[in-house]
Design a protein around this ligand. Structure first.
Ligand code: ADP
Ligand code: MG
Length: 266
């Protein structure tokens, strides 16, 4: 694909082999700035490994990743996140001992400190007080995500879907240039689907480009501007979701019958 506008992420020839398994194999794609890019493919296609390579959690055997014009080769996950590229994991990660509000406020601080303090200290002990403007911004985000009533709850006590929403609230607070979401709907009550979709639209409005890996294809259709399809480590197709329905390689590899998105209650 050739991107018409500015590019958030440019992945070229990325490869990672585990013994004889070509988990990621000459994978190339572009994520445009200000858009939602879907990354789909059957189980084992290499999506999570590709995310690990992009975000510095694994070292590629070959290939390059350019983020906002900067090559990421060899940078640690901390350095990459501080450049403004944040990724989530298939299981939400929150500071279980801290409150929902503390979790969101702390997302503004740099990642290395955040990891250091993770799960150990409350806000007051974490080196400095949150400023009033940080607190009011965090409260505003919690309001928007329907989490304000839970602000003083320990994050560890929340349901899977609520934890995912807190993670999304943390992303809004951190305001990265790009976020990569690995199966955000996994383990989440489908009723929350529309709220998650609106949250992703909110990321774009706030200036954060999005890459989303998800098995829930109706959700992918609902939220993405275009979709990259991986199979056996490589990209086999990309384009608007609608265009994939008639793509034989995609149908053969994976998609088959594709349902359409229905808003809950519609
Ligand atoms: P996806 O996220 O698309 O389901 P993964 O990236 O998790 O795919 O896995 C791609 C392939 O690489 C699979 O065959 C998987 O078993 C293999 N794989 C992933 N991580 C490792 C690892 N650490 N060691 C060995 N094989 C791995
Ligand atoms: Mg995966």
């Amino acid at each position: 694909m050739t991107a018409a506008g500015p590019v958030a992420l440019d992945v070229r020839g990325l490869s990672k082999h585990f013994g004889g398994v070509r988990a990621v194999d000459d994978c190339s794609f572009i994520a445009p700035k200000g858009k939602v890019t879907g990354l789909i493919g059957p189980n084992g296609a290499g999506k999570s490994t590709a995310i690990d390579l992009i975000s510095g959690f694994k070292l590629p055997d070959a290939g390059s990743v350019v983020f906002e014009g900067k090559a990421l080769q060899g940078l640690s996950p901390h350095r990459i996140s501080r450049l403004g590229l944040i990724r989530t994991f298939q299981t939400p990660r929150e500071w279980r001992e801290l409150t929902v509000l503390e979790n969101v406020v702390l997302a503004r601080w740099d990642e290395s400190r955040e990891t250091f303090w993770r799960g150990v200290l409350g806000l007051r002990q974490a080196g400095r007080e949150a400023t009033l403007s940080e607190l009011s911004e965090a409260r505003g985000i919690l309001q928007e995500f329907g989490l304000i009533a839970l602000r003083n709850e320990r994050a560890g006590n929340l349901s899977g879907g609520q934890k995912r929403l807190v993670e999304f609230a943390r992303i809004r607070m951190a305001k990265p240039q790009l976020v990569i979401l690995d199966e955000p709907m996994g383990g989440v009550n489908p009723v929350l689907g529309e709220r998650m979709a609106l949250a992703i639209e909110g990321f774009i409005t706030a200036g954060t480009s999005v890459i989303v890996v998800e098995h829930n294809l109706p959700f992918i259709e609902r939220v993405t501007d275009h979709v990259v399809v991986m199979s056996q480590g490589s990209v086999i197709a990309n384009g608007p979701f609608e265009s994939l329905r008639s793509n034989q390689a995609v149908v053969d590899a994976y998609l088959g019958e594709m349902p359409t998105y229905e808003q809950p209650g519609a």
